[in-house]
Design a protein around this ligand. Sequence first.
Ligand code: SAM
Ligand code: SF4
Length: 320
Amino acid sequence: MKDRFGREHNYLRISVTDRCNLRCHYCMPLHAKFFDQVLSFDEIVTVVQVASELGIRSVRITGGEPLVRPNLPELIYRLKTECDLEEISCTTNGMLLERFAKDLKDAGLDRINVSVDTLRPERFRKITRFGSLETVLYGLRRALEVGLTPLKINAVILNGFNDDEIEDLFQLTLVEDVTVRFLELMPIGEALSLNGLGGYLNLSKVRRALTEKYGLVPADERGHGPARYWKAPGAPGKVGFITPISDRYCATCSRLRLTANGEIRPCLAYDVHVNLRDAIRQGDREAIAAGIARALEIKPAGHHWDEGKITQTVMSSLGG
Ligand code: SAM
Ligand code: SF4
């Protein structure tokens, strides 16, 4: 499945809800408006079946917070057994992970990414508005216990907020088999009004500084996503950097997004999309396939954030 620029697409992010039990300042407004209706599990399975026939090999379940969607393990099981996929992963804030890790694993989930921007409880509460670091750490422990590995931790780094914790987060990779991924802030929706909680930080510079200090070497892993991975010699874990602004990776983008209300979004940086809601409601597989093809046709070459353009849609309804 190639787009106009010859990029092969084999990865679909599926947002199963635009709701969330947290309100991270860079992602979601305190008083968010939600979709009236979201796709049913039957509808999501149909889209994934069509997408996999077209070339999608891996899916990532996201949100909002995917674990607030009732019966999520059932969807994972259905994707595993009714769709032809190589990998099913999930990105979560971890608040409900202790409760659901085993069910998710048993249902067939392959991997999980947990978002943890800070290791300080007060800060955690501040950036997420309602989150509890302790609860998330219990969730991480449970995920490791049930074998949802290799575990990845996502940390959005904000200059002046948690940039002083980069080394602490990185040092987890020196003692645990975890991958810590640092994300640059993307100018999407709420990210422009951070209420004084810091701002964009160039993480390519951070990578260079860490490389020099710890002698990082490239790690062989190259996932489906945009992260590039390094590790300290002899360390069990890895560190990844997602640097859309300071080191853009648009030329190798392989992903499409399905929103919870049935839109295909070809690029996070633009609000353009193909609305497949009616085709999905009618179970019209040809129209769904045509919509996915159309999304590839209109996919831009790359983001335009460095020209000062921003994405209006809030991240929580795009799925990250
Ligand atoms: N609720 C889940 C979570 O927080 O992991 C999944 C959805 S969340 C939208 C997916 C990822 O997007 C999270 O790792 C989050 O930190 C990241 N994210 C949200 N807004 C962002 C922004 N403006 N810039 C960069 N990353 C962002
Ligand atoms: Fe919710 Fe995830 Fe957005 Fe935070 S980043 S508000 S946890 S969807």
